[in-house]
Write a protein that binds this ligand. Structure first.
Ligand code: PSV
Ligand code: MN
Length: 411
């Protein structure tokens, strides 16, 4: 029997509405990052990859190919100034993306690379430097208007390296002020997503170190400010799905940066080390998108799902495709949780019964279901095989050669 039909029969018998699951999978959207298509490295070495994008246009071409293969990655996050176009022509950038069948997604300001930011940006003790940072953030709000982006995605490298280096309360106040001012410049329907990171590059104190601080700042700014959860930015053992649940319930979960953190930060393929965690995160999102509470429901339905990865030794396009597919598989499994039975087991205090219901969905092989969904969408049933067979990898290597720059950090 066809594996999809076999699975469909089983799921339907278990009370799962298969048509609703397929519709949700077709509507799933994962944003890829422009910086994931260019060369990047560690602090020690960059191993350039043949064919890696050398310009923003090439990054958009590659993102368009990922979308063509998967059908669920139609937008690209940009990093300014890494993606600053010639003559600041952001309208042309938007048009180029659209001509490739994709759109510009989140705008990521960069207030961490210039010499002037040695002691920070919005938290800098120097008022002139804070002004410069603010000007750039406001410029990015204008870029959002030109590119049609909904989200301003904020991450700050700010912090201190030594006790006594700066006044911690004063830094907090400077941040609050800078964020409030930025908020005032958001486009009418725009959002500000505040990303946290518990360490690096500052190692003694970090100005936005965890979700609680990001949440507090978001509350102070207003309803269009929400928290961005980067999976790479937690200490080992932190229960990320619980943070997700809390922020969803508070209406303050704005988006994700997907990746996998084994040692530190954000450069491994999402779901590669801990697919169960990714499933549990998606499970919270699926559960919230069906919540009786209107705020929780609309928050879940408006989450921006973004990948934040820049691969160093595994190539560029294939790891991005695998990342999108891992998110798709985790979401598919989360959609298969029998929530009626789960709730009944929870109410009955059936600890392991509830755990088993969740795990039954996790253990389902969703690949036949996804192949069917992709076929119905008119995209390749096996995106990886289709990409390998497309000749794209050889074509870009031939046309672009091997760029020597760490292009993820330059346009
Ligand atoms: C910082 O580690 C981060 O997660 C932020 O989102 C940056 O914008 C991104 O990585 C790219 O370096
Ligand atoms: Mn990030």
């Amino acid at each position: 029997m066809n594996p999809y039909l076999f699975l469909a029969e089983q799921l339907t018998a278990d009370g799962i509405d298969l048509e609703a699951v397929k519709a949700a999978l077709k509507a799933q959207r994962i944003e890829t990052p422009s910086w994931g298509y260019a060369n990047s490295g560690t602090r020690f070495k960059t191993f350039p990859h043949p064919g890696a994008a050398r310009s923003t246009r090439e990054k958009l071409d590659d993102a368009a190919m990922v979308h063509k293969m998967t059908g669920i990655a139609p937008s690209v996050a940009v990093h300014i100034p890494w993606d600053k176009p010639e003559g600041d022509d952001y309208v042309a950038m938007r048009q180029y993306a659209e001509s490739r069948g994709i759109v510009i997604g989140a705008v990521n300001p960069n207030v961490f690379q210039d010499e002037v930011y040695r002691l920070g940006s919005l938290g800098n003790p120097n008022g002139g430097t804070r002004e410069l940072a603010l000007d750039h953030l406001i410029e990015c709000c204008d870029i959002m208007r030109k590119t049609g982006s909904r989200d301003l995605s904020l991450w700050f490298a700010d912090g201190t390296n030594y006790a006594g280096q700066d006044d911690l309360r004063a830094r907090k106040r400077r941040f609050e002020e800078g964020l409030r001012q930025t908020y005032a410049h958001l486009p009418a329907d725009g959002r500000m997503l505040i990303e946290y990171k518990f360490f690096e590059p500052a190692f003694y104190s970090t100005d936005v170190p965890d979700w609680g601080v990001a949440y507090a700042f978001a509350l102070k700014c207003g309803p269009q400010a929400q928290v961005l959860v980067d999976l790479g930015h937690h200490a080992p053992g932190v229960n990320i799905e619980q943070i997700v649940a809390f922020l969803l319930d508070e209406g303050r979960l704005g988006g994700f940066h997907f990746n996998n953190r084994k040692y530190a930060d954000d450069d491994l393929i999402v779901g590669s080390v801990n697919p169960y965690e990714l499933f549990l995160i998606f499970s919270e999102l699926v559960s919230a998108s069906d919540s009786a509470d209107a705020i929780t429901r609309s928050t879940a339905q408006n989450v921006a799902y973004m990948i934040d990865q820049s691969h160093n030794i595994e190539g560029k396009m294939l790891p991005m495709l695998v990342s999108v597919i891992n998110c798709q598989e985790a979401y598919a499994k989360a959609l298969l949780v029998n929530r009626v039975k789960l709730q009944a087991a929870q109410q009955a205090g059936d600890v392991l019964g509830a755990h088993e219901i969740l795990n039954a969905a996790y253990k389902t092989d969703v690949r036949p279901l996804l192949a069917q969904v992709r076929t119905e969408m008119g995209t390749p049933a096996d995106p990886i095989a289709a990409y390998r067979a497309s000749g794209y990898e050889a074509k870009i290597a031939r046309e672009r050669g091997t760029a020597q720059n760490t292009g993820g950090y330059q346009s």
